[in-house]
Every structure is written in structure tokens, then in C-alpha cells.
Write a protein that binds this ligand. Structure first.
Ligand SMILES: [Zn+2]
Length: 233
């Protein structure tokens, strides 16, 4: 490997699943590939397309598709460069207007040999936000972090707390054991938690234990106070 980036390897017998730290604002990037066919997708390729491509090559993978969770620059910074390096097709939610991207559809499946990755429309943090589900692992972008959620409000044009609330509720219908792989290393509790699970979030994430939409919005409005009170970083 030609870099010093941190790689969290969650691969199994059939699939390569790598969570990569490739710069930015503690951004996580993902490489998901099928061992047999060698076909792969890159999700939010981050700030170092060369390293991303080298890592894929080292694993014997060819990146066929580049999937963007949402249009904010820290998630698509080097997507164009990775397109040039790989000839892969770039995909994002239409509403986020990512230049050069084809439009994702809800429940669209990307087939990688015998394996697959499914796009799930999860608007809220941005209007065109998507999560990606592959064999029990959910890449959540800026919808959901470990113990936290993505921002909404005037700082994020096109964001909507109502839609975010619904998108979170939709993801919470996935099985509890589904692993959650967020777009940032933002866990604010004790220790280091680069991924969690739907079950963990359901019982520990204060936005998901909020009783209803009003309580959810109240917590958003008073998040700084909550963090101080509960020792969340
Ligand atoms: Zn974002």
C-alpha cells in the first residue's frame, strides 16, 4: 500500500468491505467489492483518489461505480479524479446536483458479481441524500453518525428536519444487527467508535430515543446544552 491512511477492514469470505480514512473533516470513505468478480463500488471517495484507487487495485478490485451519499464537497471532493482514474460511472441523488453524476433511484441495486449494493433515498440533511445497504452493512453518510445525526437548518440548503425524521425512522426498520457505517468519525462518547449498529442507535442515540417529532426538534435546538449536560464531545 502506498499511503499511511487508516483502513478498517470488515471484509468476509465473499465481500471486501473497507472503511477508509482519507482526509477531510474526519470523513469516512467506503470500498465495497465482490471477491469473485472483482467488481467494486466506491462510496464518497474523499480527498485522495490516488490512494483510493491504489487500495482497490491492491485488493484486486475494479471500481465500476462511484456512489455519493450527498452533494456536500467533503463527500465528493475527488470523485471526478476517481472517475478519470477508473472510468467508473458516478451516481448521486438528483436534488443534490452533483456535476457529471447520473441520478440515483430509490431501491436501485448495483450488482457486483453475486453481491449487490442497494441505494435508499434518505433526504433530510440534504434533499438528495442516499444511504447504501450491502449485505447487512448500511453506509449512512450524513444522515446518521454513531450517537449523533447530520445537521439541518439554514447552514445546509435543501435540508429538512421533517424529512430527516422520516428517513431515520425508515432506516430504524432495518434489522437491529445491521451495522451502521457513518460518513464521519463523530462519535462523542467514551472511546473510539467508527461504526455501530441499528440496535445500538435505537437505544443510545438521543435523536432516536426522542418520543416524537417535537421532541426531536427540541433536541436539535438544544443540542449544545444536551452535549454539555451529558459529557458528549
Ligand atoms: Zn453533509
Amino acid at each position: 500500500m502506498t499511503n499511511n491512511h487508516k483502513v478498517h477492514d470488515h471484509s468476509d469470505r465473499n465481500m471486501v468491505f473497507l472503511q477508509l480514512e482519507l482526509g477531510g473533516d474526519r470523513n469516512f470513505c467506503y470500498l465495497i467489492g465482490d471477491r469473485q468478480s472483482g467488481e467494486a463500488v466506491a462510496i464518497d471517495p474523499g480527498f485522495d483518489a490516488d490512494s483510493f484507487n491504489d487500495i482497490a487495485k491492491d485488493r484486486g478490485l475494479t471500481i465500476k461505480h462511484i456512489l455519493i451519499t450527498h452533494g456536500h464537497s467533503d463527500h465528493r471532493d475527488q470523485a471526478d479524479t476517481l472517475v478519470q482514474l477508473t472510468d467508473a460511472e458516478l451516481w448521486a441523488g438528483a436534488a443534490d446536483e452533483v456535476p457529471g453524476a447520473s441520478d440515483l433511484g430509490d431501491e436501485q441495486e448495483f450488482t457486483l458479481g453475486e453481491s449487490s449494493v442497494k441505494a435508499l433515498a434518505t433526504p433530510g440533511h440534504s434533499a438528495g441524500h442516499y444511504c447504501f445497504l450491502s449485505h447487512g452493512k448500511l453506509v449512512t453518510g450524513d444522515l446518521l453518525f454513531c450517537g449523533k445525526i447530520g445537521g439541518t437548518g439554514s447552514y445546509f440548503p435543501g435540508s429538512s428536519p421533517e424529512q430527516q425524521f422520516k428517513s431515520l425512522a425508515r432506516m430504524m426498520k432495518l434489522p437491529d444487527e445491521t451495522l451502521v457505517f457513518p460518513g464521519h468519525d463523530y462519535f462523542g462518547g467514551e472511546g473510539y467508535m467508527p461504526h455501530s449498529s441499528i440496535g445500538f442507535e435505537k437505544s443510545n442515540n438521543p435523536f432516536l430515543t426522542a418520543q416524537d417529532f417535537d421532541a426531536f426538534c427540541y433536541l436539535k435546538d438544544h443540542w449544545a446544552d444536551y452535549k454539555k449536560e451529558h459529557g458528549v464531545r
